[in-house]
Design a protein around this ligand. Structure first.
Ligand SMILES: [Zn+2]
Length: 206
């Protein structure tokens, strides 16, 4: 999948987090984890679309103790083909994909998870999909498909432009222009470099 998967690790404890694994076999991720002697603790999912989740089951097979974390609506939508877009990416009617387990299902708009000496913060940002989260780890913001350099994709049936606008406002209230953004597709950038869509915010305010 042409999406970004991030592996974050802690040098001291040699433990790691995986954000949005989306390659069916997760071979690159598993080799990286092995080569660096890491122990994966969590898979964090920014949202329900298959191009961000397709690698979860292969990682679980290799590391059954990994805990999978996402928003409740993302979890629910992953079981609905038209919401997860699996067919869109994999056009084989006899094959389907469902994430095998979920360990932490977030229902709050703001949720914190302690991991080693870090606090991981989940900020609920519905819009691109109704199960979208921005995930803050160690000062880096992982935005999935909510904040991308490309024009946002919002399907009227599965997402909401109105909620998207509110979610973007929330991100701009919480973070300043220097905030580093690690998107679900494309390169990292600073929030002030974001080409704010739909005239949602006045760039002067950033
Ligand atoms: Zn998406």
């Amino acid at each position: 999948m042409a999406s970004n998967c991030y592996i974050l690790w802690d040098d001291e404890f040699q433990r790691c987090l995986i954000i949005d694994p989306a390659s069916e076999k997760s071979s690159q991720q598993i080799s990286f984890i092995r080569e660096n002697n890491l122990i994966p603790d969590y898979i964090l999912l920014t949202h329900e679309h298959t191009d961000h989740t397709w690698g979860v089951n292969s990682l679980l097979k290799a590391y059954p103790d990994i805990k999978v974390v996402c928003h409740k609506i993302a979890k629910d939508n992953m079981n609905v083909e038209s919401m997860a877009y699996f067919r869109f990416y994999y056009d084989n009617p006899i094959y389907s994909y469902k994430v095998e387990k979920f360990d932490i299902v977030i229902e709050e708009d703001d949720y914190e998870l302690d991991w080693n000496d870090n606090t991981i913060r989940f900020i609920y940002v519905p819009g691109h999909s109704m199960g979208s989260e921005c995930i803050l780890v160690n000062g880096w913001l992982f935005t999935g498909d909510t904040i991308l350099q490309a024009k946002p994709y919002i399907n009227r049936r599965n997402g909401s432009k109105i909620e998207f606008k509110e979610s973007l406002k929330k991100v701009f209230e919480l973070f300043d222009g220097e905030q580093m953004i690690f998107p679900g597709h494309g390169n990292q950038f600073k929030l002030k470099e974001y080409n704010v869509p739909y005239g949602i915010l006045d760039k002067e305010n950033i």
